[in-house]
Ligand binder design. Sequence first.
Ligand code: SAM
Ligand code: SF4
Ligand code: SF4
Length: 374
Amino acid sequence: MGEKIIPLADHRYAAAVPAVPSRLTAPTGLLADRLGRPLHDLRISVTDRCNFRCSYCMPKEVFDKNYAFLPHASLLSFEEITRLARLFVAHGVEKLRLTGGEPLLRKNLETLIGMLSALRTPDGRALDLTLTTNGSLLARKAAALKAAGLQRVTVSLDALDDTIFRRMNDVDFPVAEVLEGIDEARRVGLGPIKVNMVVKRGTNDHEIVPMARFFREQFDGQVVLRFIEYMDVGATNGWRMDEVLPSAEVVQRLQAAFPLEPLEPNAVGETAQRWRYADGAGEVGVISSVTQAFCRDCNRARLSTEGKLFLCLFAERGHDLRALLRGGWDDAQIATAMADIWQGRGDRYSELRGQQAAESGSGQRRVEMHYIGG
Ligand code: SAM
Ligand code: SF4
Ligand code: SF4
């Protein structure tokens, strides 16, 4: 019998093992990258698996039964995630977002949430601890997530029309169950809840106004809907600019149905532009990741499922922090290496998108969204 060849899923993305400087520096909480941007927000991918196959993220043709997801031993353990999160917090991170893949597929996620919710900023404040989910398991899990210390959730939902929603998740999942999940999350106090809709021209753009109307009316303005421009993440989604509906057009369509007034950003580096319904029915937002780059204030780092640190959603390679964790380095050494990585960051892909596309064509190797999370 021939030997079974197990593909090394673990090595599918390039990563460098960070150098550990011999002179250690204690975290000050005030790191800045080469463009002066602080480190404030960490997105942690807890699994590369998902029960949906959204064509813009994990198209069925690529992510089929032969696709080699990461083996369990490659994943960071909860202890490893928490240890790194603690070091990130010492460097100034105040917001943690769990993502994936579908984070609610990670077994015993509540245990991790409990561990992360116990972390405190250097001056003793609790962190902003949140999670992005497709909502499919939320009705079942919301109460346990809340009890474990999760503060709020963001739910992805691309259509209210059941036929369109089933087609977009491509696993025939009914929209009613996601809506139940949102309702349950609200009931147990996982708010303020955000709902993210990725808009693809010709696929779900006619759902913009019905989605806005629904979330204005159903949840007393307590759920904030945000429209996201379809992005050229990864290399598998066959992205085309003509399928992007610019946020400016989303706002125009909304304005025609419900008058809007602009709102100030909540925080520096916030990705969404916020609007308020003039009649007082709450808030709505647009995230213009393609047409209006927000790299200048980008204070987000991403930790992949297997512990690689990515400095940009569009980075071509990560920094292998797991190698340091499992290589016996101590906290002070890893923290110094992390500081060096952030201080060397100059990423601003979205700002350079036009120029890069012209220079490097479409064959560029980029990390997939389900692997580092949104
Ligand atoms: N599975 C969870 C979910 O869907 O919410 C969390 C992970 S998912 C990768 C995080 C977010 O990225 C989702 O809101 C999803 O809609 C968004 N996303 C994925 N691919 C995208 C793309 N090509 N353009 C814009 N947003 C995308
Ligand atoms: Fe899964 Fe989220 Fe990607 Fe859809 S966007 S395939 S739900 S990870
Ligand atoms: Fe941040 Fe990279 Fe997105 Fe720019 S392209 S906003 S640097 S993640």
